[in-house]
Design a protein around this ligand. Sequence first.
Ligand SMILES: *Cc1c(COP(=O)(O)O)cnc(C)c1O
Length: 378
Amino acid sequence: MNLATKFIHAGSEPDPSTGAIMTPIYQTSTYVQEAPGKNKGYEYARSQNPTRKALEDAYAIIENAKFGLAFGSGVAATDSVMKLLNPGDEVIAANDMYGGSYRLFTKVWERYGIKFIYVDTTDATNVQAAVTANTKLIWLETPTNPLMNITDIAAIAVVSKGANSILCVDNTFASPYLQNPLDWGADIVMHSATKYLGGHSDVIQGALMMNDAELREKLYFIQKSCGAVPGPMDCFLVLRGIKTLHVRMKQHCENGEKIAHWLRNHSKVTKVYWPGFEDNAGYEIAKKQMNGFGGMISFVLKDESIDAANKVLTGTHLFALAESLGGVESLINHPASMTHASIPREERIKNGLADGLIRLSVGIEDVDDLIDDLNKAI
Ligand SMILES: *Cc1c(COP(=O)(O)O)cnc(C)c1O
């Protein structure tokens, strides 16, 4: 089935009780049983909810997975993967990743005896060199946030299999429209559904997708035992978002490409980060594993001072100054003080994240209006 058809029909079955074409919001905490132990497959809404089930079926379909699980947020999904581990286990993670994942790893999970080794995953030999007998999880992001570094998922999957480890890819930036990590050998895909899947900046949610039934059982056990489940209204919103993912992503990509090239030619801009430039180190890999390059762009001004960056950050009208990404409306963000403030400055600078770096989530408005807005601010 082609992408457009898949995204519209994923998980959608007419409601069995009324025939409603859209999955109803089953706003209930429990289900009446006919007799003790005799029920219709639903007992208590932390464990099962029909709206959530429709969404979890959709999650599986859009990532070419057998199973999908929904969580109360992206970090709750990440946290649930960490709960597969035991004290003494080691995680190899990307040194350039979402600040909230870094905070969860260093501030929460290190306290429970999990060891994290941060490496530049764009070179698989770095990951291989960090493998020990205790390596149980490899955590990847590609493209990375905010520097758009590209990691070869298939190459890391080979390392992970050799190490008997689980490979989990945070696929939030690409969305399932642009990239399907399970097809390249990953074991788990994680999404912040808050971003492109929801697509309208009106919901917080996370997702995990996987093919292995045993892994699904373990993660389902964690989902119901730890309880980081989303409510049915939020599941409805993400189900609705997924139906237009393909048209939105097509436009994000088209607008992103135009703005990336326009910025690159701007006399006041020195560096633009976008995975679609042919002279990027990761371009060939991006072309291999992605169906397009998306609408996430970072750039640095010639004047690298924070003051100059602040003028742009507060000078746009269409691009709203806000954290988050992936909605229909364009956002502008300052990673060093906003999304990545939880990463110490030395770590940030070491990994190439300049103080003056500006990140754009290019929306699906008219691209000429967006360029005009940026042009006035720069
Ligand atoms: C936003 C984000 C997360 C965290 O998701 P929440 O839904 O905010 O909890 C994780 N990874 C990436 C790449 C993100 O952009």
